[in-house]
Design a protein around this ligand. Structure first.
Ligand code: CP
Ligand code: NVA
Length: 302
């Protein structure tokens, strides 16, 4: 593993190594947090989009591991004024020991990684959100004992989070049932590859009730992702009927948990009563970003 651009690039062993390390790091932190393998190391964090969880968890995580993280808003660096990716990647590689990037285009992150001599971590693109899905799988293990053999229902927009779920289902033994309105399907290439390769299957439905039937995990995300603000009105119309609410949850397994990567819009993709109710694990889910990303950094940063 020399970077994390897509969860599809990980082997089963690498997934397991991340989860095992994250478990140990979480325990160490709860016991006082003396483990600092990244003393003297520096992570650059390039943000072209907003963030609460990703920024804080990477920054705090790096500090806890003994290193420091630099917040590099593209507005304030020469990247925002047109300096090209190859030059930026090569120069940053001389100062930093790792880079986390949150931006629009997946190709830009891949180009950065091509020219960088240091590990590059994808902190969300329009196409994928690998750190999110890795920590969500860790959370599912904590809550359910394992993800093996479980049914995960993803209801809503076929966006970056949905694509990352498909990539994970292509590699790991769980069933993924996706329900999206027409016109909002996941990336067609990622979906076709996932359907072909998933050990326990991936389905795409129009009917959220069918997708959620008997599910162990019900997952949703916003209907309007960052960068899609102009599409808000048609999206609100198209996604009507895809809200995760009490009625929909009644179709899932009795002990189903509800997950959301956050930020959430109560009353849109999820009702307040469900996200703030007893089945919701969203706060633990957000906390685990810290532990899982620390594991990823420990594995990648030399
Ligand atoms: N889930 C997630 O990535 O949150 P932020 O946008 O706050 O980083
Ligand atoms: N799909 C959302 C996820 C935010 C963490 C977005 O891209 O805005």
């Amino acid at each position: 593993m020399n970077g994390l651009l897509s969860e599809y690039d990980l082997t089963r062993d690498e997934f397991e190594e991340i989860f095992a390390k994250a478990g140990r790091l979480k325990l160490d932190l709860k016991e006082g947090g003396s483990y600092q393998p990244l003393k003297g190391r520096t992570l650059g964090m390039i943000f072209d989009k907003s963030s609460t969880r990703t920024r804080i968890s990477f920054e705090v995580g790096m500090y806890q591991l003994g290193g420091i993280a630099l917040f590099l808003s593209s507005r304030d660096t020469q990247l925002g004024r047109g300096e090209n990716i190859p030059d930026t990647a090569r120069i940053m590689s001389r100062y930093l020991n790792g880079i986390m990037i949150r931006t629009y285009s997946q190709e830009a992150v891949e180009e950065f990684a091509k020219y960088a001599d240091i590990p590059v971590i994808n902190g969300l693109t329009d196409l994928l959100h690998p750190c999110q899905i890795l920590s969500d799988l860790f959370t599912i293990r904590e809550k359910k004992g394992d993800f093996e053999g479980l049914k995960i229902a993803y209801v809503g927009d076929g966006n970056n989070v949905a694509n990352s779920w498909i990539n994970a289902a292509a590699r790991l033994p769980f069933t993924l049932a996706i329900a999206c309105p027409e016109g909002y399907d996941p990336d067609p290439d990622i979906l076709a590859r996932g359907i072909k390769e998933a050990p326990l299957g991936i389905t795409l439905e129009r009917d959220p009730i069918k997708a959620v039937a008997g599910a162990d995990i019900v997952y949703t995300d916003v209907w309007v992702s960052m960068g899609q603000e102009k599409e808000k009105e048609p999206r609100m119309k198209s996604f009507r009927g895809y809200q995760v609410n009490k009625g929909l949850m009644a179709k899932a397994a009795k002990d189903a948990i509800v997950m959301h990567c956050l930020p959430a819009h109560r009353g849109e993709e999820i009702s307040a009563e469900v996200i703030d109710g007893p089945q919701s694990v969203v706060v633990d889910q957000a906390e685990n970003r810290l532990h899982v990303q620390k594991a990823i950094m420990e594995m990648l940063i030399k």
